[in-house]
Design a protein around this ligand. Structure first.
Ligand SMILES: C[S@@+](CC[C@H](N)C(=O)[O-])C[C@H]1O[C@@H](n2cnc3c(N)ncnc32)[C@H](O)[C@@H]1O
Length: 261
């Protein structure tokens, strides 16, 4: 059912090259976000811990985590994301982060992924073989695993799909992960992070480019429709910043369980 749902979804899966292109924008949008604070708050951290951050992106969580634990291994298939992470770590003088360029689909043993006290996989579990990915997490875990998973449309704003005349099907999300874990004999815990409306922009152009990440294959006509839709929704606050009326605020499911050692 997960795989059928993935085939029906109307947003395009991103390749490592797509994520490379998005790395700088993503890094800027998500640094020090409410999501980061809320995710970190839920983790059972201790200074002696080793951590694996699978699908680490530009280090949104790796960087703050590395200040609280012994070492973090950060894995991502996007070289652009890993380059930003390495730059941030060097700037902050953090020397307990090891990066590995690799994918969920790779052989983790060959990648040099070992076993860790804590594993996180935040907003990165966009895979066709979900069961295989969960098996890999389980084999690498000798303690807690925390997954940040999509709820409903997730970060995608259905109104923007409607505006450009495309149907929207978000594909399968967290409830499948919970159920596949259940089939594996794991009664995972479930929590949610509900993000507040928070974004504001110096210019209309900045706002438009911050939302157009959702589509990587727009025709010129669709692009015009999206720009028109966004400009109608943009308003100015008292400080003169632009914000989007009815901003789409995603919730994230936080799924966790403890592997027995
Ligand atoms: C939405 S970002 C999340 C980054 C970070 N974990 C966070 O929560 O801010 C998704 C990340 O997963 C990575 N990713 C997506 N599919 C992947 C795959 N199949 N194997 C490895 N990394 C993948 C992307 O390159 C990207 O950096």
């Amino acid at each position: 059912m997960w795989q059928e749902g993935r085939r029906r979804k109307t947003w395009q899966s991103k390749t490592s090259a797509d994520w490379n292109k998005r790395s700088a924008g993503f890094a800027k949008r998500h640094k020090d976000s409410v999501f980061v604070k809320e995710f970190l708050k839920r983790l059972p951290l201790s200074p002696a811990m080793t951590v694996l951050d699978m699908g680490c992106g530009p280090g949104t969580l790796t960087i703050p985590l590395s200040r609280k634990v012994r070492e973090v291994t950060a894995v991502d298939f996007s070289s652009g994301m890993l380059a930003i992470l390495a730059e941030r770590a060097a700037k902050d003088g953090l020397d307990n982060i090891t990066t590995r360029q690799g994918a969920w689909e790779d052989n983790w043993h060959t990648l040099g992924v070992g076993q860790y006290d804590l594993i996180i996989a935040s907003r990165s579990l966009a895979v066709d073989d979900l069961k295989g990915a969960l098996h890999k997490l389980r084999r690498a875990a000798r303690g807690w695993v925390f997954i940040g998973d999509r709820v409903g449309s997730g970060p995608f704003d259905p109104a923007m799909f409607a505006a450009i005349g495309r149907p929207f099907d978000p594909g399968p999300y967290y409830i499948y992960t919970i159920n596949i874990l259940y089939q594996m004999g794991i009664y995972a815990r479930l929590d949610f992070i509900d993000l507040p409306a928070s974004r504001s922009y110096k210019t209309q152009e900045e706002a438009i480019s911050s939302w157009s990440w959702m589509f990587n294959d727009l025709t010129a006509a669709e692009n015009d429709k999206l720009n028109h839709h966004l400009s109608e929704r943009l308003a100015r606050n008292k400080k003169g910043y632009w914000y989007l009326r009815d901003e789409h605020c995603p919730s994230w499911a936080i799924i966790s369980w403890r592997e027995k050692t």
